[in-house]
Design a protein around this ligand. Structure first.
Ligand code: FAD
Ligand code: NAI
Length: 506
């Protein structure tokens, strides 16, 4: 009987789950008609469609402002699963959500311009835009005025001015980067398998070098080794004993932000996976076929080592975007800031009144992660919703106060109403500053293993291995932007497991 009831309950919850998903999908496909923006309201311009800006948009009551979104990317990208796109475990469109779909769910219409902000003039309160669309054939420039501006343009790839990096390596930040890497892996494999290649050339082509042992480099190296072990080796057996992955890191260990035991676990797992780790090795120069690095030996001596490569992936962290650098140069209070726009505890750019910054382009004392960016975006949405309500109440109080002068006979009732509004206003103005709540760090390290440093009841729990991998998958699945993304990602995981990854080079 217990079994029968368990079965019935499972059956009912499955039906309820499907109905819930179905309702969500129906809602998304049949949104309510939108209100037109009110031109008398303040113009809020949001730059970027990444983690910071989209989490702001998601919770912002767009009826309160004329909202304009500007970004060269007309979609949101779920970056945590980007390394899985480099080998085809996940197809790139599964982790993209069109910004138009997101904006269509808002109550009041939001304008979107697919363009890059080239400069911001805080004096004139305008953003200068460049549209580089190929369809026109020329570059169009224009200006958009703002009353309030949110800068959420993220960061670009750091190269530290090392010669040859921009010309010869692949980055891993955008969808295009992942596609380029996927193509390049298969180009190396097919060229190495081509007739009459010299052994040295085969070794070079099949040497995949990753520079940077932060989470991007580590996750990519793990994904690459999986691709080789689970697919390439089976389908292209003639080159199978020559494929090599090398990870180069300047510091003494990889994943410096994780606890010591997880660093050791990652390094020993990489050893088992036959990924070569070269720590205390700093890349100084890149050519089209080699990487030159300086290795610090245990006795402190330095030596230059040359690594020939077929694929080079550069993952050495973030650098400030030109539009942000330009804005910083226009604000005297930003003179000492190096890593981005210094903001106060309400995320207001220091030295300005009407500019806020979120995510990787803001320096608020936290690591440049999606977790921080999305919490900052949510905080700004609350702040802006609150500011709009506060202004509405202040207007109401002003109106009531003037009616008090005009109709003195009704003064007691009106005074009581004013008092009520003033109490509400005091509560609303009492907005607490932004405080980041760290949920933990997760990273995939290959062979269906992951490492996790998770915050649990105010303490830290470190976990690693196959169960942590399942936790990693379920955590990222639940964080995907939409039901559509979740279903597509599940489908991709199943497809890769059942049929293997797709080796075609398009
Ligand atoms: P982004 O998400 O980078 O968005 C910036 C937006 O601004 C983009 O839409 C861009 O097109 C737009 N833009 C750029 N220039 C301009 C311009 N001039 N004008 C207007 N718009 C512009 N963090 C985690 O917490 N967990 C993870 O697992 C994780 N995994 C990651 C994996 C990879 C491969 C990478 C690269 C990063 C990962 N991160 C992770 C870090 C995380 O992605 C970033 O911290 C996060 O994207 C920062 O959000 P953001 O909104 O500041 O910038
Ligand atoms: P990172 O800044 O975390 O790591 C870059 C690494 O490159 C550093 O360890 C640095 O020592 C090394 N490096 C720099 N120059 C070098 C050189 N010339 N030669 C050799 N090594 C060199 O950068 P990453 O991994 O791109 O991450 C950027 C941000 O995104 C971080 O805040 C990170 O936490 C976040 N992120 C988080 C992920 C997760 O939580 N799973 C996944 C990916 C990124």
């Amino acid at each position: 009987r217990v079994l029968r009831w368990t079965w019935r309950l499972t059956y009912l919850s499955a039906i309820a789950g499907i109905a819930y998903i179905g309702y969500g999908v129906y809602q998304d496909r049949h949104p309510e008609p939108q209100v037109e923006p009110d031109p008398s309201k303040k113009t809020l311009v949001i730059l970027g469609t990444g983690w910071g800006s989209v989490s702001l948009l998601k919770r912002l009551d767009t009826e309160n402002y004329n909202v304009i979104v500007i970004s060269p990317r007309n979609y949101f990208l779920f970056t945590p699963l980007l390394p899985s796109c480099t080998n085809g475990t996940i197809e790139h469109r599964s982790i993209m959500e069109p910004i138009r779909t997101i904006l269509r769910q808002k109550k009041a219409r939001v304008k979107f311009y697919e363009a890059e902000a080239s400069s911001i003039d805080p004096e004139r309160k305008v953003v200068r835009l460049i549209d580089t669309s190929e369809i026109r054939g020329d570059i169009t420039e224009t200006e958009v005025p703002y009353d309030m501006l949110v800068v959420g343009v993220g960061a670009e790839n750091a190269t530290f001015g090392i010669p040859g990096v921009r010309e010869h390596s692949c980055f891993l930040k955008e969808i295009g980067d992942a596609q380029k890497i996927r193509k390049r892996i298969m180009d190396c494999v097919e060229t190495a398998a081509f007739k009459d290649q010299s052994p040295q050339e085969i070794d070079r082509l099949l040497h995949m070098v990753v520079v940077g042992g932060g989470p991007t480099g580590v996750e990519f190296a793990g994904e690459l080794q999986d691709f080789f072990e689970e697919d390439i080796k089976k389908l292209v057996p003639d080159i199978s004993d020559r494929f090599k992955v090398t990870l180069i890191e300047a510091l003494p260990s990889v994943l410096p932000m994780f606890s010591k035991q997880l660093i050791e676990y990652t390094e020993s797992t990489f050893k088992e996976e036959k990924i070569n780790i070269h720590t205390k090795t700093t890349v100084k120069k890149v050519t089209d076929k080699t990487v030159e690095a300086e290795v610090t030996r245990p006795d402190g001596t330095k030596e230059t080592v040359v690594f020939p490569y077929g694929l080079l992936v550069w993952a050495t962290g973030n650098a400030v975007r030109p539009v942000v650098k330009d804005l910083m140069s226009r604000i005297p209070a930003q003179a000492n800031s190096r890593r981005g726009l210094a903001v106060n505890e309400y995320l207001v750019v220091q030295g300005t009144r009407d500019i806020w910054a979120v995510g990787d382009c803001a320096v608020a004392g936290y690591a440049p992660t999606a977790q921080v960016a999305s919490q900052e975006g949510t905080f700004l949405a609350r702040l802006f919703n609150n500011m709009a309500k506060t202004e509405a109440i202040e207007t109401k109080i002003r109106e009531l106060s003037s009616s008090l002068n005009l109709q003195p006979g009704n003064s007691a009732a009106v005074s009581r109403e004013i008092e009520q509004y003033e109490r509400q206003l005091r509560r609303m103005k009492d907005v607490k500053p932004f405080k980041y709540s760290h949920q933990g760090s997760l990273a995939y390290i290959g062979s269906e293993k992951a490492v996790a440093d998770v915050t649990w009841f105010n303490g830290n729990v470190a976990a690693a291995g196959s169960l942590t991998f399942l936790f990693w998958r379920s955590a990222y699945l639940s964080m995907c932007f939409s039901t559509r993304n979740r279903l597509l990602v599940i489908n991709d995981w199943l497809k890769a497991k059942v049929f293997g990854r797709d080796l075609s080079r398009e």
